[in-house]
Design a protein around this ligand. Structure first.
Ligand code: 1GP
Length: 236
């Protein structure tokens, strides 16, 4: 499995990737629950992301294990903090919160997690994480104690994504926050797409097939959806 190579190839070939975000706090690591959950996810799902902003470290290993048993799709960690790193997964989005100015989420957590990653076979995908205002105070904002970039400040968002590319990140993640009222706007996705060469991940507040499709058309390589499936509110 070469996770990044596959994501990069999808970007180059204009293929659309769909990641379902599993928050370990809202997922029961038991067969019946997990099977029913996976059955309601769309057939075009290509990845699972696992992680959350709350303290989910106790539970995360069991969640990854059951996903690996029930599905052949790659499982990538999307850790809220370094305690959510488990070697059971295939890879990790090694996130740096570039929109914020809190050193703990720019480099602190990354240093704490480094030796755990070193001891694992996780494929590391360095990812510039950009929090954008989704019209709701989200868990990322609260936990990281940072402010999102306003949606109308497209220049700052583009410059932040470019800085991420120049820092050597392999992906840029445009995040409106889990359960956002307003997803990342299409002009933002387009502007970032035009400015950078990297695969673009977009998530937060996407609840319908139509919104997802528009995000792809604007330039998203991978769309991430969590809450809509957690709450059984996916609009086909
Ligand atoms: C959150 O981008 C993800 O980190 C997904 O957001 O839960 O709103 O789908 P939703």
């Amino acid at each position: 499995m070469n996770l990044y190579q596959d994501i990069h190839t999808a970007q180059v070939q204009g293929k659309s990737l769909l990641a379902i975000l599993i928050d370990p706090d809202k997922f029961v690591a038991e067969y019946a629950f997990a099977k029913a959950y996976l059955e309601k996810t769309p057939s075009q799902t290509t990845h699972f992301l696992v992680g959350g902003s709350s303290d989910a470290s106790q539970h995360i290993e069991a969640v990854v294990r059951i996903l690996k048993e029930l599905s052949a799709l790659p499982v990538i960690l999307f850790p809220g903090d370094y305690t959510q790193i488990t070697p059971e997964a295939d890879g990790i989005l090694f996130l740096s919160l570039l929109s914020g100015r809190n050193p703990e989420y720019l480099i602190g957590q990354q240093v704490k997690g480094a030796s755990h990653i070193q001891k694992s076979n996780l494929e590391v995908i360095p990812t510039g994480y950009i929090l954008i205002d989704g019209d709701k105070e989200t868990a990322v904002q609260r936990v990281s104690n940072t402010l999102p970039i306003p949606q109308n400040d497209i220049t700052s968002i583009v410059h932040t994504a470019l800085a991420g590319q120049y820092l050597g990140k392999k992906c840029i993640y445009l995040e409106a926050g889990s359960g956002a009222k307003t997803p990342v706007s299409l002009p933002i996705i387009k502007a970032v797409r035009e400015a950078i060469d990297l695969p673009l991940i977009v998530g937060g507040g996407i609840r319908s097939q139509k919104t997802m499709q528009h995000a792809y058309e604007a330039g998203a390589t991978m769309v991430v959806i969590g809450t809509a499936f957690e709450e059984d509110r996916w609009d086909t």
